[in-house]
Each structure stands twice: as structure tokens, then as C-alpha cells.
Ligand binder design. Sequence first.
Ligand SMILES: Cc1cc2nc3c(=O)[nH]c(=O)nc-3n(C[C@H](O)[C@H](O)[C@H](O)COP(=O)(O)OP(=O)(O)OC[C@H]3O[C@@H](n4cnc5c(N)ncnc54)[C@H](O)[C@@H]3O)c2cc1C
Length: 397
Amino acid sequence: MKLRQKPIVIVGAGFAGMTFALTLKKLNPSLPILVVDSKTNFIFKPLMYEVLSKEIRSWEATPKFANIFSDASITFLKNCLTKIDFKENILEFSDDLKLGYQYLVICTGSVPNSFSIKGVDENCYFFNDFHDLNKLNSFLKKSQETAFNRKLFIIGGGPSGIELACKIKDIFKEQFEINLIEKSNEILNKNKIFNREQAEKALEKRQINILLNSTVKEVSETKIIISSEVGITSLDKDIVIYTAGVKPNLSYLETDQITKKFGRILVNNNFQIENYKNCFAIGDISVVEGMEDLPITAQVAMQEGNHLANNLELSIQGKDTLPFEFKDNGEMISLGIGEASISGLGVTFSGKLAFEARRLIYASKLPDITESLKSASSWIFQKKSFLKKFLKKDNSN
Ligand SMILES: Cc1cc2nc3c(=O)[nH]c(=O)nc-3n(C[C@H](O)[C@H](O)[C@H](O)COP(=O)(O)OP(=O)(O)OC[C@H]3O[C@@H](n4cnc5c(N)ncnc54)[C@H](O)[C@@H]3O)c2cc1C
């Protein structure tokens, strides 16, 4: 009697997990693949600012996993991973379900990291998932009914801080006085120079205050305490949004269960976890040995998912795998309603054209979902089908 093959289990269906699952299924449709995620919907995080500003509708950035995976003939299970027994190849979930696996791919993304700054967890808003977005949105909306010039602070001068500051200013105008706090001496210090310059102009145009070389020491119910060259300052606040860091979401791992670097799972160039050759970690939760400087982005997560799928198929066929190489396709940031900045592959441009290009590029990256959803009068899916036709035409030349 032939025993049923254990599945390839993917835990976390974000950018890394979804790309991996869809690519592998295309390469080898007969493989048993099971995708598990604790949520019902995929979240296209780079489009969360446009959902906040209502430039796109919320469902456009959050297609249902059930639709995406049933279209691809992949089994999807909604459940939350709580434990891994790497030696026995068994996963445990929050409802006590136990599952065996042939191969395991973990890609559970990031959660905000408050670096133990006093009061941040209790008194700040975050912008990492749809729960955060809805909570922030309802506070901002409620504020519209009250006084003008309410004091809004954003901690972190990275892409999230800048993109949020510009969108909120464009939506709520004089409702908020926006202050952006950055601990280094410039905003977007890990980003492309062109995008940094465009962001500086966008912030200046919107009269958003930038507090550089400033470190947040504490956030209380009513105050924010900042340390800078002028000493310690305590300022009144109405709302503080924290965007200054993330950490890997690894709540299901036991202390010292596997080797980590910078708090993330250390993997080799094949994304394998040390000592467990059939287990892989990709996306925000892992760091590739020798490639520690890779940014924590969707672009990296998708390339890792794609590469691992190709490698796993090669190794199933008994062929040699290929080492991962990151291809920098550039970066895009939104800078308020209808504006963006793009820098990559030798091209730099900003403004309305960049905004349209950014949406078009993201539309092409959204996972394929059912025809019924695509046919709804949605900007993003109309553009996606247009783009597909265009690419087909282009390829046939
Ligand atoms: C507001 C915002 C804007 C961003 N903009 C950009 C951008 O413009 N460009 C860019 O390249 N990157 C951007 N990023 C970063 C990018 O979104 C992440 O790097 C990317 O999502 C990482 O992909 P991932 O697959 O590792 O994790 P995620 O996409 O976060 O997916 C993780 C998945 O794991 C699931 N999960 C977590 N824990 C469990 C568990 N225990 N059991 C089961 N499932 C679990 C989650 O529900 C989730 O679906 C942005 C991030 C944010 C927050």
C-alpha cells in the first residue's frame, strides 16, 4: 500500500509565503501544498496609505486567501501556529491541531518593535496591519468633530513615517499639526537619495515639522518626552503614531530553539534553517548568512519566495540548487494624495506620473483572484487586466 505523502506546509501567506506557494504550484502542480495563515485576508501593506486616504477601496488591497488559493488549487487553512517540533516534523496550532510536514516554509512577517521605550506599547498607534489602520482611521475621523491643530507626532523618519505624514496632512489639512521625530540626522537615511530629496520637498510643502537628532524617551497619556541637543523636552500630544521599527514575528519559537542573528532566523543561501534541511525561513523573519544588509521589504520577501520555489523544485528533481542573489528593482514611496516618488533601474521621477506608475506596478503584483472580484468596478483590477494584455502583446513581438 502506498502511504499518503506528507504536504509541503507554508505558515504565513504574506508576500514571501504567497509567492512561494503560487510559484511552486505552477512549477509542479502535483505537489501536495498546504498554506496556513492566522488571518482570512492577504494584506498588500504598501497600499495601506491609499486605503487610509480612500484612493483605493479596502477590499482591493486585501483579497481573501480562500479565493486566491482555491483559484490556484492550493489547500488553505486558517489557523495560528503556536509550536514547532523540528525533530519530529510536527506543527502545533492554537486549536490543538497537530500537523506533520515533508517540508516546512515559515514566513510569519514582522510586528512593531517599541524597543522597550516607556509607554509606547500602551499609548501609541501603529500602522502595521489592517487592525492598526482601522484603529487609527477611527481616531482621526473622530478628531474631525473637535478642535483644529491637534498635536500629532509620528515617531520614525523612515518610509512609513513620511508616507503617513503626507497622506494624513492631505486628508485632514489643518486638523492636525504634524511633527515627525527622527533620531538620526536625516529622514529616509536608508533610502535612495532622489526619494529622500523628493520627500523633504513634500514635507516642506505640507508644513510638516521635522525634529532630527531627537530620541523619544517616553510617551504618556498626554505627553511625549523627547531628548535632543537642547536637552529633554516634554510636549503635549493628542496622538502619537509609532513607525520606528519592526521585529520578526516568532512567538511560536522556544528560546534558543534555532540560531538567530539580529533576532531573526539565520538561514543559509538556500534559506535552510541550520540543522533542519527540510525547513526554510523567508521574508521578514529571516536573515541570509552573508547578506545581512538586505532591506526588510516586500520586494526582498517576494524574490526569496520565488527563488526558494525554484530551488525546491530543482532539489525534488535531484538537481543542484542555485544560490540566492537579490536584484534591486528600486524603490517607490507615496508622498501625499496623488503623488509619489520612484527611483530605480536607472530611472527617477516623482509627482502625479510616479503616483500612477506606482499604482500600476502594484496592481501587477497583486495576486490573481477570482473573475467575479476582478470584474467589479475596481481601478486596480481594471489596470491589472490592461497590464496583462499589454505584457502579452509585448511578449509576442
Ligand atoms: C505600512 C507598510 C508599508 C510598506 N510598504 C512597503 C513598500 O512600499 N515596499 C516594500 O517593499 N515593502 C513595504 N513594506 C514592508 C513589507 O510589507 C514587508 O517587508 C513584507 O510584508 C514582508 O513579507 P512577509 O511575507 O515576510 O510577511 P507578511 O507579508 O507580513 O506576511 C506574514 C503573514 O504571516 C501570518 N502569520 C503571522 N504569524 C502567524 C502564525 N503564528 N500562524 C499563522 N500565520 C501567521 C500573517 O497573518 C501574515 O499574513 C511595508 C510595510 C508596512 C507595514
